[in-house]
Design a protein around this ligand. Structure first.
Ligand code: HEM
Length: 484
């Protein structure tokens, strides 16, 4: 097995792994033992990949071995009845689920959503203009509305809408049951052989499951009804319902599949945009340089559009650097699992091993990203490294790579370019008028890690850009009505 810290009988290295921000410990171990490290959590072998190369070598090049997931007894099997593809092993139902998401969000298909993304982004700019203090809430609304629009053909006016709240509660519950060590059945799955009435751990997740099913079926049936009336815009659910027979999927499978962007696409997108703002507070020279590019390519009489992407290399590099500097899916997303024994660089990796591509270490590897703590978009410009020219590392690996990658990149590009074009992004001032720069390491715990809320000033750059935002918003308002 790869080198790693010696564990104790039965518990392995569990006692050494903190519940808060375990990725830091992972990175520490990678530094000490090398880019491929092994530990044991209970009796499960866990492989930690600390740099990008072994992650590509294993999770991408050997994806026939490493595209599975570890077993999630409570969250995946009991709570979700094996309907949440993110937690499914590499099996036939996962492939059907993946097909739905691929056909809904592949690069070409994602282009068809740029219209709604641009309209929602115009609303976002207007909201930030009117109420800059609550910028984080506006970013979350943007991300939620895009995801619900492309999934269910219906937009979101406020993060307080019941659909968003119900989804958040469901996701919070899912995360709360997915804590290693919380349920003994995860380590002793033989408990599932007990008579059902004796499986004490089932009761609460099964109640929650019924609530999830009711919610997801309501959303599915709502789209069905609107399809009958001819009032639903093109969206993932409508496409999938039309293809249901061909896909060979049951209604409940479809209901869960089309809801996956809900869990995977809101926090990641909104969190990344917040990280961009945090980076601009720490690296004001990057903001200045980006404004210079926008001023010469766009000017002040119109907003940046998707068509401008090719002419804005520095903005594209900022998008990449934001995803690298502080990745939201800090542990590389959900871990992968090996379905057969393997040998890599003379190290044995056993069947059933859980594999983490620890983004906290990978994205801070000075070998690949010199001076990794600095926010340097230049590292992506004219790079001879094809992996940096086409930077998909933040979206994971192989057959499990994020299916929402193109949608996410479009959301980040359009909003980063418009925020830079329209606003000066400055630190908040304390009561003595002194600038307060938030800690660039103060991030939340959890699978998705985003900055702890911080204040900043988003000041309109000039009258022309402000007038342009207001004008564009007036025009966008009526067009957004199509997505009610
Ligand atoms: C900045 C935004 C985003 C980032 C950084 C991100 C990143 C990731 C990562 C790292 C993974 C794990 C891949 C792996 O296991 O190797 C993942 C999986 C996934 N993402 Fe995203 N994602 C983002 C946005 C989205 C959006 C907008 C959607 C939906 C439209 C989405 C849907 C998914 C799904 C469904 C999976 C699970 C795939 C599977 O298990 O087969 N993501 N994402």
């Amino acid at each position: 097995m790869p080198p790693g810290p010696l564990g104790l009988p039965w518990i392995g290295n569990r006692h050494e792994l903190p519940a808060i921000k375990p990725w830091k410990k992972f990175a520490e171990w990678s530094k000490r033992y090398g880019p491929v490290t092994s530990i044991f959590l209970g009796s499960t072998p866990v492989i930690i990949l600390g740099t990008a190369q072994p992650a590509w070598d294993l999770l991408e090049k050997r994806s026939d071995i490493y595209s599975s997931r570890p077993r999630f007894v409570v969250a995946g099997e009991i709570l979700s009845d094996n309907n949440r593809g993110l937690m499914l092993p590499n099996n036939e139902p996962w492939r059907r689920w993946r097909k739905v998401l691929h056909s809904g969000f592949h690069a070409k298909k994602a282009e068809s959503y740029t219209n709604i993304q641009s309209l929602e982004s115009k609303l976002l700019m207007q909201q930030i203009l009117d109420d800059p203090k609550n910028y984080e809430r506006h970013l979350q609304r943007y991300a939620a509305s895009v995801v619900v629009s492309v999934s269910y053909g219906k937009r979101i006016d406020s993060v307080d809408e019941w659909i968003v709240k119900e989804n958040m509660e469901s996701m919070d519950y899912l995360t709360s049951v997915n804590i290693p060590g919380k349920y003994i059945v995860e380590s002793w799955p033989w408990l599932l052989k007990l008579p059902r009435s004796l499986q004490w751990f089932r009761k609460e997740p099964e109640i929650r499951r019924q609530r999830d099913v009711n919610f997801l079926m309501y959303l599915l049936n709502d789209v069905k009804n609107r399809m009958k009336n001819g009032t639903v815009p093109d969206c993932l659910t409508a496409q999938t319902i039309s293809n249901m027979d061909k896909l060979g999927m049951k209604e409940i499978e479809v209901a869960y599949a089309v809801s996956s962007p809900f869990g995977a696409g809101i926090e990641t997108t909104a969190g990344t945009l917040t990280i961009f703002i945090l980076a601009m507070l720490h690296f004001p020279e990057v903001l200045k340089k980006a404004q210079k590019e926008l001023d010469s390519v766009i000017g002040f009489d119109r907003m940046p559009e998707f068509d401008d992407k090719e002419s804005l290399p520095y903005i594209r590099a900022i998008v990449n650097e934001t995803l690298r500097w502080r990745p939201v899916p800090i542990l590389g997303g959900t871990p992968h699992a090996a379905i057969s024994d393997d040998v890599y660089n003379e190290m044995f990796i056993p069947k059933g091993a859980t594999v983490f591509a620890n983004f906290h270490g990978i994205m801070q590897d000075p070998g690949m990203f010199p001076d990794p703590e600095s926010f340097l978009p230049e590292r992506f410009i004219d790079s001879p490294n094809p992996r940096l020219r086409d930077f998909d590392l933040p979206f994971g690996f192989g057959r499990r790579i994020c299916p929402g990658m193109h949608l996410a990149l479009n959301s980040i590009f359009i909003n980063v370019s418009r925020l830079i074009w329209a606003f000066d992004i400055l630190p908040a001032l304390d009561k003595n008028g002194k600038e307060v720069i938030p800690d660039s390491h103060n991030f939340t715990n959890g699978f998705n890690s985003r900055p702890v809320s911080f204040d900043c000033r988003l000041l309109p750059r000039n009258g022309k850009t402000t007038a342009c935002i207001e004008e564009e918003w007036q025009a966008a308002k009526t067009r957004l009505e199509d997505w009610r």
